[in-house]
Ligand binder design. Structure first.
Ligand SMILES: CC(C)(COP(=O)(O)OP(=O)(O)OC[C@H]1O[C@@H](n2cnc3c(N)ncnc32)[C@H](O)[C@@H]1OP(=O)(O)O)[C@@H](O)C(=O)NCCC(=O)NCCS
Length: 175
């Protein structure tokens, strides 16, 4: 299948219903529109929406939210519409975050469920490596608990010096 044409644009407060709907297609507990609104107005929040463009219409197909604070940036959530997965959209969103102004953060971190193989594969594909584990971090609707892996990738000058990143598809932002 030919990869779709993807345009990326920043998130705005007008997008909260769209973000909640896309997030609800993922495995985690749903987040309310209010929760998204609160995140979007926090200082240091960076959001990008991927829009698949065809001759007929523009289809919002995924988004990522990250936040930088204290020299470190964190992926808060990334979600791609179920029907649009495995078409390069997640990769485009992660690249957009790495290229964004993250206020001199030197490390990008995230938490991912230990059983979420697709997300871990995406993160590894762009240079993230596991740096820790939180036991029983996620509570599931059936009462069970699942560990979180903590994954990280270097940014800025550290990024340019990291041989793992040189072999990945990450373009290091200017340090
Ligand atoms: C994780 C997620 C964002 C990936 O988005 P995506 O647009 O499907 O990812 P891409 O098509 O850009 O994939 C890029 C690479 O990641 C890896 N990957 C992505 N999905 C994969 C899967 N299901 N199985 C194996 N590898 C996968 C592959 O290396 C892939 O490259 P390839 O297709 O050339 O082999 C998407 O599956 C999703 O929204 N899941 C639900 C929400 C979620 O789990 N978010 C993460 C919470 S921490």
């Amino acid at each position: 299948m030919t990869p779709p044409a993807i345009a990326l644009r920043p998130t705005t407060l007008a997008d909260v219903a769209l973000l909640a709907a896309l997030h609800a297609e993922g495995p985690d507990e749903p987040w309310s529109t209010d929760a998204f609104a609160r995140l979007l107005v926090l200082p240091g929040t960076v959001g990008r929406i991927a829009v698949v463009t065809t001759a007929q219409r523009n289809e919002p197909a995924g988004f990522v939210l990250a936040r930088s604070a204290g020299g470190e940036a964190e992926i808060l959530t990334i979600n791609v519409a179920r029907a649009r997965r495995r078409q390069g959209i997640g990769l485009a969103l992660m690249r957009a975050v790495v290229a964004a102004d993250l206020h001199d953060a030197t490390r990008l971190v995230l938490e991912v469920a230990a059983g979420n193989a697709p997300a871990q594969a995406l993160y590894r594909a762009i240079g993230f490596a596991p740096v820790g584990r939180r036991i029983g971090y996620y509570g599931r609707a059936d009462g069970s608990r699942e560990d979180a892996l903590i994954m990280a990738v270097a940014l800025g000058a550290e990024c340019a010096n990291d041989s793992r990143i040189a072999q990945s598809t990450i373009t290091c932002p200017k340090g």
